[in-house]
Design a protein around this ligand. Structure first.
Ligand SMILES: [Fe+2]
Length: 247
């Protein structure tokens, strides 16, 4: 990164002037998959929004995925970050801009989450489960580049900035709603996701929302927005304020 550039200078796509050193990225959670991509998301505390810096200069020369580095991640963080990794895969998979090549990475990612996330939450030193989740996160990171996320992340971002919820937690709370909402326009792919996560197949929208909610809750995630400090808006503020969206 050019040494004279400020954060404001580099915010947005392709504004990093360059870099004059090698970049090694070492994953310490299994969630964002940043080591696979060219984006960084940073909260602007003044505006209460997430700002993305995107540049090919941010691609890692060396990415380290060592499951032992995640042994000490607490169960709650393991659960929330794991759902984030899964959301990257699912939102790319069911995306209007989905691509068959990226679908393959997405499938590998959410299948690994279905197989290993609960195990990693139960036993943080389960190397096989931690390894599976690290790969799921990496595959999710690959999905972010060419396709990216959709409604789930867009709705979750304001929860992160306004309620100060961790990113993965905000995504987990939104996940069942968006999965069920999108089901009618992505029936087969949603079925595939549901089956991989052990939710069942051929579910109605209502049942899908309920069991996806249960999937997150069973990981120990508190799914009630009220429990995280959200209050119902008044009629006036509902009309006057619109939630910002992000890609
Ligand atoms: Fe995310």
């Amino acid at each position: 990164m050019g040494r004279t550039q400020t954060f404001a200078d580099v915010a947005g796509p392709n504004r990093v002037a360059g870099r004059n050193t090698l970049l090694a990225q070492v994953a310490t959670t299994a969630g964002t998959g940043s080591e696979a991509g060219i984006r960084s998301l940073i909260t602007d505390p003044d505006k209460g929004t997430k700002v993305a810096v995107e540049s090919p200069h941010m691609i890692a020369d060396l990415a380290v995925l060592d499951p032992e580095l995640t042994y000490s991640v607490p169960p709650a963080v393991t659960a929330a970050t794991g759902v984030d990794a899964m959301a990257h895969c699912v939102e790319a998979f069911t995306n209007r801009r989905a691509h068959p090549m990226i679908d393959g990475f997405a499938r590998m990612g959410f299948r690994l989450v279905g197989k290993y996330l609960a195990r990693a939450v139960r036993d943080g030193s389960d190397t096989e489960a931690r390894e599976g989740m690290m790969l799921a996160s990496f595959y999710g990171g690959i999905c972010l580049g060419p396709v990216n996320t959709a409604a789930g992340h867009a709705i979750a971002y304001p929860l992160g900035t306004r309620l100060r919820l961790p990113h993965g937690l905000a995504n987990a709370i939104i996940f069942p709603h968006v999965l069920a909402f999108n089901q009618p326009v992505a029936v087969e792919k949603t079925n595939e996701v549901a089956e991989a996560l052990g939710l069942g197949t051929g579910l109605s929208q209502q049942d899908l929302s309920r069991v996806a909610h249960g999937f997150c809750r069973d990981l120990g995630i508190e799914m009630s927005l009220g429990a995280h400090g959200a209050t119902a808006p008044t009629c006036r503020s509902t009309r006057a304020r619109r939630m910002p969206t992000a890609g």
